[in-house]
Design a protein around this ligand. Structure first.
Ligand SMILES: [Zn+2]
Length: 214
C-alpha cells in the first residue's frame, strides 16, 4: 500500500470502530508501519473531523517530538512504537476501550481458552497487562510483556489492544476480541465457562494456519 492509501485506511478504520461501538469518542488509536516510519492517529481530534493529512508520521527510531504532521501523535504513541519496533510480525496496532474487553480489564482478568477463537490471538489465552498510567513508558513495558507470543492483550483498568501483519488483520482481531470478551462474560453469568484443553487449542491453531483473513 502507498502512504496515501494507508492514511485513508486509518481514517476509515477509526470511523468504522466508532460506528460499530468498538470504540467511543476519541479514546482509541491506530498505528500502521510504513517503512521506517509509524503512521499514527493524532491526539485530541474527533474521528469524524479527522482527515488523512492529520495522521502523524513518527520515525520508529524516534519519539513524539520527531513526529511530522499538523497534529501531535496520540498520547499512546509509546506502546505503538515499541510494538512495531520490536515485533517484525506486527505491521499494525489497534487500541480501543471496547466495553466488554474493558469490563474484564477492570476486573483484571484475561480471557482463558473459553472458545477456539482464542487461538487466533497467538496462544491459549489473552493476557491482561498490569495497570500503569496511560501514555507512559511503564505502560508500554507492561503491554510488551502481555503481548509476548500474542497478537492481543487486555490492559488493566483501561482497555485492549490487538495487532496484525496489516491494518485489516489488526481490525479483524479487534472485533473478534470484543466478541470473545462478551461471550466469556455471558458464559460466566450463565453458570461458568468450561475451558478448552491445550491440545484442543493447538488443534484449532493448526486449522487456522494459512486461513486467517487479510
Ligand atoms: Zn486508551
Amino acid at each position: 500500500m502507498t502512504e496515501a492509501e494507508i492514511r485513508a485506511a486509518i481514517v476509515a478504520a477509526c470511523r468504522a470502530m466508532n460506528a460499530t461501538g468498538l470504540n467511543q469518542g476519541m479514546a482509541g488509536n491506530i498505528s500502521v508501519r510504513f517503512g521506517e516510519t509509524m503512521l499514527i492517529t493524532p491526539t485530541a481530534i474527533p474521528y469524524d473531523q479527522m482527515r488523512a493529512h492529520d495522521i502523524a508520521a513518527l520515525p520508529l527510531a524516534g519519539a513524539a517530538e520527531n513526529a511530522v504532521g499538523p497534529r501531535r501523535p496520540s498520547s499512546e504513541w509509546r506502546f505503538h512504537r515499541d510494538l512495531l519496533r520490536s515485533r517484525e510480525d506486527i505491521g499494525a496496532v489497534v487500541h480501543v476501550h471496547a466495553p466488554h474487553c474493558t469490563a474484564l480489564s477492570i476486573a483484571r482478568r484475561g480471557i482463558p481458552p473459553c472458545h477456539y477463537m482464542v487461538a487466533t490471538f497467538g496462544g491459549d489465552d489473552v493476557r491482561c497487562a498490569r495497570y500503569e498510567t496511560f501514555g507512559t513508558a511503564a505502560l508500554s513495558d507492561a503491554v510488551q510483556e502481555a503481548m509476548l507470543d500474542r497478537f492481543a492483550c487486555l490492559m488493566a483498568n483501561h482497555g485492549m489492544l490487538t495487532a496484525g501483519r496489516d491494518l485489516e488483520q489488526a481490525m479483524w482481531r479487534a472485533t473478534e476480541l470484543e466478541a470473545l470478551a462478551r461471550q466469556y462474560h455471558l458464559a460466566q453469568a450463565a453458570g461458568g465457562a468450561v475451558l478448552l484443553s491445550p491440545a484442543e487449542i493447538r488443534a484449532a491453531q493448526d486449522m487456522f494456519k494459512g486461513y486467517l483473513p487479510a
